[in-house]
Ligand binder design. Sequence first.
Ligand SMILES: NC(=O)C1=CN([C@@H]2O[C@H](COP(=O)(O)OP(=O)(O)OC[C@H]3O[C@@H](n4cnc5c(N)ncnc54)[C@H](O)[C@@H]3O)[C@@H](O)[C@H]2O)C=CC1
Ligand SMILES: O=C([O-])CC(=O)C(=O)O
Length: 341
Amino acid sequence: MVKADLQELTRSPTAVLGASGGIGQPLSLLLKACPLVDELALYDVVNTPGVTADLSHISSVAKISGYLPKDDGLKHALTGTDIVVIPAGIPRKPGMTRDDLFKINAGIVRDLVEGIAKHCPKAFVLIISNPVNSTVPIAAEVLKAAGVFDAKRLFGVTTLDVVRAETFTQKYTGQKNPAHTKIPVIGGHSGETIVPIFSKASPSFTIPDDKYDDLIKRVQFGGDEVVQAKDGAGSATLSMAYAGYRFAESVIKAAKGEKGIIEPTFIYLPGVVGGEEIAEATGVQFFSTPVELGPNGAEKAINILDGITDKESRLLEACKAGLQGNILKGVDFIKSPVPTK
Ligand SMILES: NC(=O)C1=CN([C@@H]2O[C@H](COP(=O)(O)OP(=O)(O)OC[C@H]3O[C@@H](n4cnc5c(N)ncnc54)[C@H](O)[C@@H]3O)[C@@H](O)[C@H]2O)C=CC1
Ligand SMILES: O=C([O-])CC(=O)C(=O)O
């Protein structure tokens, strides 16, 4: 009995859906190298045999397997999995918004989450596919319809916004390692819905007044910087793989019992302890806020809205307007699908 419990604690079978892509490959590499991951299943509509063969030569703990849609590949990738990370879907090109990806990515995420509902309904689900503000509500509705929704287990990955905030403020925080400043970035994951709350950073630091607006814009539109630089070849992949791995590692560590892990992530507020009060204050049901992670996932949503500055309150107002529309679009996609004919 004791032995079995211990085994449970040390197991963390993980699946990556969209594993052959720009994010999927480096993310799978980081997970393969992670000593906390003992099994890694890769799924994509193309190229998983090659990616899997390549990664399988790495002498790390994780046993790796790869699947394509044929021969029930999704079912095999998901069965027995505790953590599913989803970077499947098309990325932006210059001139596109994240919402422009909805048309294609909404259906991809819906179908993959239907697979999760069937084959690993208790897994932690980490959604990277854009537009996150809509794909997470889509996932929630799919899981609700299947009767297996647990808000504590569904996460929109907004860690890249936090990583960018840490990096772009380094000259003001003075940290040699920029990640040593904890900066909550809340709201959603697109443009003005991204709200860095510099006033609640720890340790605290000061941004000169004349630099504040530029810094906010840089965090909010950091994704565009990469899309422009890649000039048609996609969006952030390597920094996203780093951010996705960082978040997945936190979820795994908390699931194994490590205490005090807090990460901002996009969740369904009413289903998480402490979330109702944030939903009331913001008027939205899905929102990124610092969350205390634990063995059951999102144990507690932390409200950092009290005492934010006037400037931050104004950013939050702009966020709410855009975010609500994105959320409803996702919910409607499942609840009242637009007829295809
Ligand atoms: N949450 C965030 O902060 C970020 C999100 N993203 C988003 O991540 C997504 C992936 O970006 P990239 O990896 O650069 O794109 P990519 O095009 O390089 O890779 C996507 C992969 O998904 C696969 N795929 C497509 N349909 C699939 C399906 N039904 N089942 C399984 N796999 C499927 C493709 O074959 C491809 O290998 C995009 O939607 C992008 O906007 C990108 C950066 C940051
Ligand atoms: O900008 C994009 O389309 C990809 C993304 O979400 C990001 O880099 O934050």
